[in-house]
Design a protein around this ligand. Sequence first.
Ligand code: ATR
Length: 289
Amino acid sequence: MVISGKTRVCGVIGDPIAHTLSPTIQNAAFNHLKLDFVFLAFRVKPADLENAIRGMRGLGIHGLNVTMPHKSAVIKYLDQLDSTVQFLGSANTILNRDGKLFGFNTDGIGALKALQENGVALYDKKVLLLGAGGAAKAIAFAFAEEIGELVILNRAAEKAAELAAALNRVFGTKIVGGALSQSAVQQNLQDADILVNATSVGMHPNVNQSLVPAQWLKPDLAVMDIVYNPVETKLAKDAKAAGAKVISGVEMLIHQGAASFEIWTGCPAPVEVMRQAALSQLSSAGAEK
Ligand code: ATR
C-alpha cells in the first residue's frame, strides 16, 4: 500500500474498537482493487462523538463505519439519512460527499445478502428471528418485504412486540413478536424455513451456549447466526449436525462491509478477498486465545 497526498481516508469509530475486523477487511479490498484508499480504526468515547464527526468534516475523511456505542447517537450530526436509517434510528455507515454527511445502515442488507449469496431465498418463507436489539431490528426491516411470515422472539418480550408493531405499520400484518420461551421456539421451529440468532448468545467466551436445543433443529432449516466469534457457534455446530444449512456470522459481517465499501468507492466489492481477510484475522485471533 502506498500512501500519497491524494489517499482517501476511511475508518471505523467505536468504543471499544481494538478488536475490530473492519481495517483488515476494508484494506484488503482497497489493495486488491488498487484503490488509493486507506482504512483506520479510531477509538471514540461517547463524550467525543460530536468532535469526531466535526473532525470528519474538517479533515475531509471520506467514509466511516460506526459501531457500538455510537450507531444511534451519531445520526443527529449527519446531514441526510436514508429511509433505512430513518426507520432504524441508527446508522453504521457515513459517506462524506463534498462536505455533506450521508447516513446509511448496511446491517440488514448484509444479512439479506449473506442468505441470498449462500443460496437461501426469502420469498414467502417463514423466518424465526431471535432477538429484538439493534441487529435484529436491522435484519427484520431488511427481510420484512420479501418473507411470508416473521416471528420475533426476545427475552424482553415487550421489545419484540414493539418491533413487530413498528414493522407492521410499514409492511402490513405478517409479523408477530413475543417472549423467547423454550415452548415458543419449539413451536415456531416446526414450520419455520429460516432461523436467525440475532442475540449475543454463543459469543466468546460463552461458546457453549445456544438458545435452541439441538433436537429441534432439522435438515430443511437454514440457520444464520450473527455471532462470528467463534466462527462456528454452538448453534451452528448443532444445526450442521442436524443436516441444516448454516450461514455463519462472518457472512453477514463481510456483506455488510461490502455494502459500505460500495457506498464509499462506487466499485463492486471483492467479497471473496474480504471473506479470506476476515477468516484469517479470526483464525489468528483464535490461535492467540
Ligand atoms: P445488538 O446491537 O448487537 O443487537 P443489543 O441491541 O444490545 O445489541 O441487543 C442484544 C440482543 O441480545 C437483545 O435482543 C437481547 O435480549 P434483551 O432485549 O432481552 O436484553 C439479546 N440477549 C443478550 N443476552 C441474552 C441472553 N442471555 N438470553 C437471551 N437473549 C439475550
